[in-house]
Design a protein around this ligand. Structure first.
Ligand code: NAG
Ligand code: NAG
Ligand code: NAG
Ligand code: NAG
Length: 441
């Protein structure tokens, strides 16, 4: 669990050997020899696992590292996260075509489809202005998930948000507005010009083998009662039951809305909440799987395909939990407070409450994305192509090249002869710390 706040003032434990130059010289020498041995892996990536930590910048990663160390009883700074050991890193510029401060929809379009887009738009080029349905047709751009599917791989998305949320949705939807979750969200212009909502596209655009997350209410007709919360209903005006649509023409496919049946599924649509999944601290572990459990299940199903797989994983709850790290500073957000003209006092008791909001100098309802570059951590085949400072859409191109997908299907890279399902994978981590939970359990 990460429901701890870092102490405001960390009392350093002075370790005697750290006082001597030889300690630091030897440590650095070891790191130097390790670096000299790094060889680029020039094989084809059979599998790709792409982790996205939405809204998480480098300060949050630093805080997570210190926290991990402190939970192990050390002072913390010297600890390594699993991601710290990834050999290749790059910085990605995040701006959208029409806006300096980006949003998840246009950034996901860049890193999943390889093309930069307008703020708030999904799976379309910047020729589509936000909210304009009639400007969508002909401007669609295709994600690496869809290209992986076309190359015969299995594909999946796992998220703690609704599965129609902007980041996973860029892998399958084309829409001028990220808010068009169900048909009841469409504008009259969108209905007139025949645009489909994101939930409809989830089921009808690309056949996705594993879909795990939240977002039940966008799949069911208006009057249909939610199985878990009787007061909650579906919200589709068109009367379509998209889960029934998804199950059609599939062998061995299973829809689940709770954890109990997740284990038995083969090809799987799991929707565990009406909207977003609950934050890890509020999750009911008997009903809803954790992100780690969802990922394990997804990898188990997807790795049965001898041609490999592509898996996209998002974890907003860790980003939200990042607010508890008192050493991470946010530029704006709901934590803005003044008491008698100055910042209110705080202490470890206050900051460790799960509803504590990180103090911020600019008042806003929720944090916006920053405009600063974000880090990409990479490991596995062709991961050395992540270097330097890149535009965000470069990411999709590296994935496509490493896995020999459109437009690089003549890449002539050979598959590694190494056995094992996870080892030959290209592992990508974009501004997140999900591997902390994946590998520390
Ligand atoms: C929407 O896009 C169409 C086609 O590009 C264009 O003709 C129209 O003026 C746009 N509408 C608005 C409100 O921008
Ligand atoms: C989980 O879902 C199944 C139907 O898929 C249902 O039969 C079962 O009662 C549910 N479990 C709980 C604990 O609600
Ligand atoms: C603000 O100042 C007044 C007067 O000094 C004091 O009584 C009050 O408790 C202060 N409020 C807060 C929130 O610190
Ligand atoms: C922190 O402040 C709160 C409110 O003033 C107080 O109740 C609590 O005892 C304090 N905790 C510590 C560890 O000082």
């Amino acid at each position: 669990s990460i429901c701890y706040a870092l102490p405001l003032i960390v009392s350093f434990v002075l370790i005697e050997e750290e006082l001597h130059p030889s300690y630091w010289n030897n440590k650095a020498k070891q790191a130097l020899y390790t670096a000299m041995k790094v060889q680029p892996n020039v094989h084809q990536a059979k599998n790709t696992i792409f982790f996205l930590g939405d809204g998480m910048g480098v300060p949050t990663v630093t805080a997570a590292r210190i926290l991990k160390g402190q939970l192990e009883g050390k002072s913390g700074e010297e600890t390594s996260l699993v991601m710290d050991t990834f050999p290749h890193l790059a910085l990605s510029k995040t701006y959208n075509v029409d806006q300096q401060m980006p949003d998840s929809a246009a950034t996901a379009t860049a890193y999943l489809c390889g093309v930069k887009a307008n703020y708030g738009t999904l799976g379309v080029s910047a020729s589509t202005p936000r909210n304009n349905c009639s400007a969508t047709s002909g401007n669609e751009v295709t994600s690496v998930l869809q290209r992986a599917k076309e190359a015969g791989k299995s594909v999946g998305i796992v998220t703690t948000t609704r599965v129609q949320h902007a980041s996973p949705a860029a892998s399958y939807a084309h829409t001028p507005d990220r808010g068009w979750y169900s048909d009841s969200d469409l504008t009259s212009e969108a209905v007139e010009n025949g645009c489909h909502d994101i939930a409809y596209q989830l089921v009808h655009n690309v056949e996705i083998n594993v879909i795990l997350g939240g977002g039940r209410q966008y799949m069911f007709p208006k009057n249909m009662q939610d199985p878990e919360y009787p007061s909650s209903k579906g919200n589709r005006n068109d009367g379509i039951n998209l889960v029934v649509d998804w199950l059609q023409n599939k062998n061995n496919a299973k829809y689940v809305w709770n954890k109990s049946k997740l284990r038995a599924a083969v090809s799987c649509l799991g929707l565990f909440e009406p909207k977003d999944c609950r934050f890890e601290l509020d999750r009911d572990p008997t009903m809803d799987p954790s992100l780690t459990e969802m990922m394990e299940k997804a990898i188990k199903i997807l790795s049965k395909n001898p041609k490999g797989f592509f898996l996209f994983v998002e974890d907003n709850s860790l980003a939200e939990d990042g607010k508890h790290f008192t050493t991470a500073v946010y530029g704006n957000g709901p934590g803005y407070q003044l008491a008698n003209g100055s910042r209110p006092d705080m202490n470890a008791t206050i900051s460790s409450h799960k509803d504590y909001r990180q103090q911020a100098p600019v008042p806003l309802g929720s944090e916006t994305h920053g405009i600063e570059d974000v880090a990409i951590y990479a490991k596995g085949p062709m991961s050395h192509l992540f270097h330097g400072v890149q535009e965000q859409n470069y990411i999709a191109h590296v994935i496509a090249y490493a896995a020999c997908l459109e437009p690089y299907n003549d890449c002539k890279l050979s598959l590694s002869s190494r056995a094992g399902s996870v080892h030959p994978s290209l592992l990508l981590l974009l501004m997140g710390l999900l591997l902390l939970s994946l590998y520390s359990v």
